[in-house]
Structures are given as structure tokens and as C-alpha cells.
Write a protein that binds this ligand. Structure first.
Ligand code: CA
Length: 761
């Protein structure tokens, strides 16, 4: 009997451990290495990240940020010394702007409500900014603390003795509603502020529940304060409440919903309920630590560890969760596309032009389940709007270029991630490939001409035509591979294979750069290799010529062979940071950031060239990829408010660091290969969702020992300049020995080079 009992236990144990994919690892408190203030010392003219300190849980529906500026744009600037409140925000970038935001601030003695009037002095030495927790003590003697869940948060607000304790709620313009309920100590309402990309009925419903009764209350608009008024609806309105004299601590529980006030109340009771501040804070910290501990590092400097986990934090904020769980425990979402509440997942706040490069490839490796949900969200977007998103916030926005949704989908499906409707996604991709969309950045502007001529001509009133061509050609590579996997007709497969080579059409062998071409086949006159914009996007030909992710060998051939290619690669770093900007009419901040990088034409502050360093792996000089990757990590990342060298962009510039610090980078998402760089830690362990662990050991690595002397993978000598996805997923160990001098033999044979379409027979 006893034996039978143990046998059953053993079977149960095996059954559970097979289902449970999560790896149980020793948890370290890694949240302490995150500095959310990194990148917040930015303004319109110069970006050191253009971030704000988001206190949230990973991929949370709402972020909470201290507000020093207006409700949208530069919400928080490190250089500011006045504080306007803590804001629930949803802003992916100051350039795209905020939506669905509201702000609260404790005010004492004299009731002031407008943001310029109510603002209070503060200093950073009385501020604690963490991923899961934010606290500030203001000069008026009040303090605020906030800690979040996915869709809710809890505040502690303290007041100094002997001062009238008010709390002001600001609905932040562009249409809102507030309602004060003195019986239940609540303020409810909605805000509909946005910067576009929303249907008519768009609203963010909220509920604040206080643990204290209101001594007095009222509403306000820009025209003044209305005491004893319990309800207001206005273009810009808010509420205020006063607590009893002598009140020291007020606890406010808050939740929101894009669906309804009832759903916001449900979110509040589910996510906060009776829990207290410490419990919510511990849970938020535990959520971050669970994710951060999926990648554990040893060695490296303190700065590198802070850079790494701060980057990991930024990689795990976007895309934003836009789905909620209804009263019947069903996953539903408010559609920012058609305004309906519909079943299934939805994510938003992302520009794929940035994030296809490294953020989504990171999810493909580390977050396959999340990736499947995101894919379902993309299929829902197509069903609800007729198009895939390229820049969503929360609905379609016209920003940037490309057809990069194909990259996300191909990288997911080709790596075996399932659980979503790939046929709908494929249909959407094919529609993109044939049609311009309702906005310039949705669908493919110039699709008909591109499909006919093999490039988007520069003289048909479609801007940034060369950049579009190069990105469409890469997307066509992704479609080609996907079409094979989906057993599509051979003609269709061949068509996309051919189009994936369209980058050839814009390479001018005379000037040895990509350049604009007219509909009649002639080059656009007056070629200027330093000209930003025009036929390119936020960069010049120096930055876009390398956008041949799918076929570096093809690019090498166009340039006249390996030596010529290497000469050009070296010239990126040795050519002065010259730029012309007629297209923009002013020097855009990205140009200034290139100059400040001090790495010649290597403009790491913007996305087009961020993969280029790794191209040395295709040309027999992998040690230069190691050198420049390490130089970029050392020089251009610091765990300080001015620590980044340009817009962070929804995790992309951070994901570059995460991959690079581990010694690899996904140059061509979709190919399933990761080009090798220079690992900055003695050991990195990737705890994968399938239960396996991939370990990267770098013996002897350090500030000077940045070069790979030799390597082994699972005990066998390893000479390749890349890992495959399967090598990572199977778990195992790569062991490097690092040295101060480059090994000019390792990784120099063509058989060691990563994937190029041209090499595929
Ligand atoms: Ca950018």
C-alpha cells in the first residue's frame, strides 16, 4: 500500500513537472540594479533616452510616473525641480505622445489645481525611483508613494501636521469626467485624452477609493473651482477632496479600465482588494525579480550589471497589455481600432521599425508564451482594422516606415511558436505586400511600384523611398521563409524570394552606397552620402546602406568583395560625423547624438545602423565586431539619468544592450541566428521557458580582455560566428576564453559566417 502510494506520488510528480515549464532558480534581488531614471535627462533638442521613470509591473497595462512637465511629451525631466503629481500614463515616446492619463497631487493649505499653479518644489535626494515602487517627499511637507499591479495601484499619501490636507485629481485635458461619492469615499470618472489612434468612444475609466472620509470636496475646470460640486464633465476638469485636519496618512487604491467603470471596479477588487501597500509592493517586486532572474549573470562591473538589468527592465515594459479579464474570467479587450469590446489578447504601444530588430527577437528566445499572445493580438488587430499595425499607440498611427510586422510574425512562426491564427496573419502580410494602407506607415506605401519595378521610386511623391525599399526587401525575405513553412504555392514562394533581393536595385556601384532611384531607372541626382532623410529615414546612406539583414554576403558582393566591404565597414568609424539636413530644415536631435557618440558615422542613438557592428562576422573579421560592440557598451551606456545616446524607443536600444552584453545579436530576425560579439559577464545563464538553461561563460573577460581567443560549445571546439536558435533552445554551455589581443584566425572561414540568402543553394 505504502509502495503504491509512493508510486502514485512519483507519477503525479513527473506529470506535474512535465507540464510545468518554468525553471525554479535561486532568486536574487535583481530589482535593485534597475534605475528607471536612466534616459530621463532629455529634452526636445537632445535625447539621452527620452524616457520617463515608469513604475509598473512587466508589460503592465498602466505605468505610473512622476510628472514635472505637461500631461504629454516630456512628462518627467530629470533637470526639473518642480513636481506636478504622479500620473497614470501610457506614453510610448514623447514624439508619439501620451493618452488616457490622469494625475494626482497632495496640496496643502491653499487649494491650487492647475498644474503650473499647484506644482511643488522637490529634489532628487528625496526621491526613490524603482521599477516596482516610487516615493517622493515634496517641499510642502507632503509625500507620495505608489506601487502597481497590472491594472491598478496603491498610493500612500502623507501630510505634514498643521496644514490643510487636500488631494487634487487632474483629468489632463481633452475631455474628461469626474464624480465624487462622499458615502463610499471614491472618485470615479474617465479621461479620453489622446494624440490620435482612437475610436470615437475611447475612454479610460478610473476609480479611486480612499481610506478616509472627505471633509470637503469639489470639482474644477480651467475657469475655476466649484466647491461642493460632486460631478463635472468638461474639456479639462478635475476633482479635489479635503481630508480632516490632522490627517497624516491617506491610502488610495486606484484601478482603471478601457472597457467600463464596472470593469475598473472589478480590476480594483481583483488586483488590490483588501491587500495593503506592503503586500502589493512585495508582489510587484517579486514579479520583476521572477522575470529578471530568468537571466542571471556573474562577474562584470557594477556599472555593467546596472546597465544590464536596467536594459532588461526597459525591454520588458512594451508592448503594453491592453487586454483585461471580464466578470466571467474571459480575456477581452477594448479595441482601439473599432471601439468594440472583443474576445482575446491585444497589445499596443510599439513601433515595429524600432523593435523588430532586437525586442521581439528577445521575446522569441525568452518569452515564447508572451510572443504567442502578441501574435494573437496582431491577428485581432487585422480582424478589427483590416491591417497589421506598424506603429500602434493605442490604434494605428502614422509614424516611421517599413513592413516590419512581417519580421515579428516570421521570427515567431519559424521558431516553432504556435497558439495563434497564422493563416490570418499570413493573409494580412500578403495584403500589406500588395497595398498602401490608410496611413503612410500602415500597409506599404509605394507597394504597386515596388512590386513592378523592384524599388519604390524617389520621384512619385513617396518620401523615404530607399529606406522603404530596403525594409520591404527584408520583409519579403521573411515572407519567403514563411511561405515555405506554410506550403504556399511555388509561384508565391519564388515571387517573395525574388523580391527579397530587391536591395540590389538601389546599390550604386559607382558611389558604393544605396541611393534613391527614379521611376525611369535613373539615379536621383546630386548624391550626398551625408544627407539625412530624403530617400532615407532618420539617417543617411551611411546608415541605411547596411540594411540588408537577410543577405550580408550579397551586399559584400555588390561592394566588390570582402576587402572592399571591410574597408567600408571600417570607414563607418573613421569618417567624421558629418551630416546635412535639408530634408528636415533643421538639425534633428539624432544628428547631434551621432556627433556626441564620437564614433564617426556610427549613429548608435538611432536604430538603422544598430546591427551593423555585427556584420564583421560575415566578412572574416569577427574581432572587430567584438571590439566595436564592447566599445559601444562601454561608451554609450551608463546607469545614470543621461545614460543613453539617443531615444530608447520602446526597449530597442535596451534590448541591443541585453543581447550584446550576453555576447550576441539577432542581426536578421527570421533567420534563427544570433551573431556573436563580446560578452561582458564571466557567466550568463539564460533560463528558458522549456526548462533548459543556456550558459555563456567568458573566462578572463574584462575591460581590456574583450576579444574571443577561443571557444567551445558543449565541450566541442566552436569556431562559428553565430549561434542557432536551436543551439540556444537545447540548452548547453558555450565557453569562451577572452584575451587582450584579437585572435585573427578564429571565425575567419566562410563556413563560420552567419546566414546570407546568397549562400543558400
Ligand atoms: Ca529612434
Amino acid at each position: 500500500m505504502k509502495n503504491v502510494f509512493f508510486a502514485i506520488l512519483a507519477i503525479l510528480f513527473i506529470a506535474t513537472s512535465c507540464q510545468k515549464k518554468e525553471v525554479v532558480v535561486q532568486q536574487e534581488d535583481l530589482v535593485q540594479f534597475i534605475n528607471p531614471l536612466v534616459g530621463s535627462d532629455s529634452d526636445y533638442k537632445l535625447s539621452t533616452g527620452n524616457t520617463y521613470p515608469a513604475t509598473a509591473v512587466p508589460w503592465g497595462m498602466n505605468f505610473w510616473t512622476p510628472q514635472t512637465g505637461g500631461w504629454s511629451g516630456w512628462l518627467y525631466q530629470y533637470k526639473a525641480d518642480h513636481f506636478r503629481g504622479i500620473q497614470q500614463c501610457h506614453q510610448p515616446s514623447p514624439w508619439i505622445g501620451n493618452y488616457a492619463s490622469f494625475t494626482i497631487l497632495p496640496v496643502t493649505d491653499e487649494l491650487k489645481v492647475l498644474e503650473e499653479e499647484r506644482q511643488v518644489k522637490f529634489s532628487h535626494d528625496k526621491e526613490i525611483s524603482q521599477a516596482h515602487y516610487y516615493k517622493v517627499a515634496l517641499e510642502n511637507g507632503t509625500s507620495m508613494e505608489v506601487t502597481p499591479t497590472e491594472r491598478a495601484a496603491i498610493f500612500n499619501i502623507t501630510y505634514a501636521e498643521g496644514k490643510k490636507p487636500y488631494l487634487v485629481l487632474d483629468g489632463n485635458a481633452r475631455g474628461n469626467h469626474v464624480k465624487i461619492d462622499t458615502k463610499n469615499n471614491t472618485i470615479t470618472g474617465y479621461v479620453s485624452n489622446n494624440n490620435g489612434g482612437v475610436p470615437e468612444n475611447f475612454k479610460n475609466y478610473f476609480i479611486f477609493k480612499f481610506d478616509q472620509p472627505f471633509k470637503s470636496y469639489g470639482t474644477w475646470t480651467k475657469d475655476g473651482i466649484k466647491a461642493n460640486d460632486a460631478e463635472a464633465t468638461n474639456e479639462h476638469c478635475g476633482a479635489y477632496v479635503e481630508f480632516a485636519a490632522g490627517t497624516k496618512l491617506v491610502v488610495a487604491k486606484v484601478a482603471s479600465s478601457f472597457i467600463s467603470l464596472e470593469q475598473a471596479q472589478l480590476n480594483l477588487s481583483r488586483e488590490i482588494g483588501d491587500k495593503n501597500f506592503a503586500q502589493i509592493k512585495d508582489a510587484a517586486q517579486a514579479k520583476w525579480n521572477k522575470e529578471l532572474n530568468r537571466i542571471q549573470v556573474k562577474g562584470g562591473t557594477d556599472k555593467e550589471k546596472r546597465n544590464f538589468y536596467t536594459s532588461l527592465y526597459r525591454t520588458m515594459l512594451f508592448p503594453r497589455t491592453l487586454w483585461e479579464v471580464d466578470a466571467n474570467n474571459k480575456i477581452v479587450h477594448y479595441s482601439p481600432y473599432n471601439g468594440e469590446v472583443l474576445p482575446g489578447y491585444m497589445y499596443t504601444d510599439n513601433g515595429f521599425w524600432d523593435t523588430f530588430r532586437a525586442v521581439f527577437p528577445f521575446f522569441t528566445v525568452m518569452y515564447r508564451d508572451l510572443n504567442a499572445q502578441i501574435m494573437e493580438g496582431l491577428a485581432n488587430t487585422y480582424k478589427e482594422s483590416g491591417w497589421l499595425p506598424e506603429w500602434a499607440s493605442p490604434g494605428h498611427r502614422s509614424c516611421m516606415i517599413g513592413s516590419n510586422s512581417a519580421s515579428l510574425i516570421a521570427d515567431s512562426y519559424l521558431r516553432g511558436i504556435r497558439g495563434y491564427d497564422i493563416n490570418t496573419l499570413y493573409e494580412a502580410i500578403i495584403k500589406n505586400s500588395n497595398n498602401p494602407g490608410p496611413l503612410a506607415s500602415v500597409g506599404r506605401a509605394g507597394a504597386k511600384e515596388y512590386n513592378k519595378l523592384g524599388y519604390v521610386p524617389c520621384d512619385i511623391k513617396i518620401n523615404e523611398s530607399a529606406a522603404r525599399t530596403l525594409e520591404y526587401a527584408y520583409a519579403d525575405y521573411c515572407i519567403w521563409k514563411l511561405a515555405i513553412a506554410l506550403n504556399r504555392p511555388q509561384e508565391e514562394i519564388d515571387r517573395f524570394k525574388k523580391r527579397a533581393q530587391n536591395y540590389h536595385n538601389l546599390f550604386d556601384k559607382d558611389v558604393k552606397f544605396m541611393r534613391g532611384k527614379k521611376a525611369n531607372g535613373e539615379w536621383l541626382e546630386n548624391f550626398d552620402e551625408f544627407a539625412w532623410g530624403g530617400v532615407f529615414t532618420e539617417g543617411s546612406s551611411w546608415h541605411y546602406t547596411w540594411s540588408v539583414f537577410q543577405d550580408p554576403q550579397g551586399l559584400i558582393d555588390l561592394m566588390g568583395g570582402q576587402d572592399k566591404f571591410l574597408e567600408k565597414m571600417d570607414a563607418i568609424f573613421s569618417t567624421p560625423a558629418k551630416a546635412t539636413w535639408d530634408y528636415y530644415g533643421h538639425k534633428i536631435h539624432e544628428i547631434l547624438e551621432m556627433e556626441l557618440c564620437g564614433m564617426g558615422q556610427y549613429a548608435h542613438g538611432n536604430q538603422p545602423i544598430q546591427h551593423a557592428i555585427y556584420l564583421y562576422n560575415w566578412a572574416g573579421q569577427p574581432w572587430k565586431a567584438q571590439k566595436w560592440a564592447r566599445t559601444t557598451m562601454d561608451k554609450l551606456y551608463a546607469p545614470t539619468p543621461d545614460g543613453l545616446c539617443g531615444d530608447e524607443d520602446n526597449g530597442q536600444t535596451s534590448a541591443w544592450y541585453v543581447f550584446s552584453a550576453m555576447g550576441m545579436y539577432p542581426v536578421c530576425p527570421g533567420s534563427g541566428e544570433y551573431a556573436i560579439g563580446s560578452p561582458v559577464f564571466d557567466e550568463v545563464k539564460l533560463h528558458l521557458e522549456n526548462g533548459k538553461t543556456f550558459t555563456i561563460e567568458a573566462a578572463n573577460q574584462g575591460a581590456k580582455n574583450i576579444y574571443i581567443k577561443d571557444a567551445s560549445l558543449n565541450g566541442t571546439p566552436f569556431t562559428k560566428n553565430y549561434f542557432t536558435y536551436d543551439e540556444l533552445m537545447n540548452g548547453g554551455t558555450v565557453k569562451y576564453t577572452m584575451s587582450e589581443t584579437p585572435n585573427k584566425e578564429r571565425g575567419t572561414k566562410p563556413s563560420d559566417f552567419p546566414y546570407s540568402m546568397s549562400n543558400e543553394k
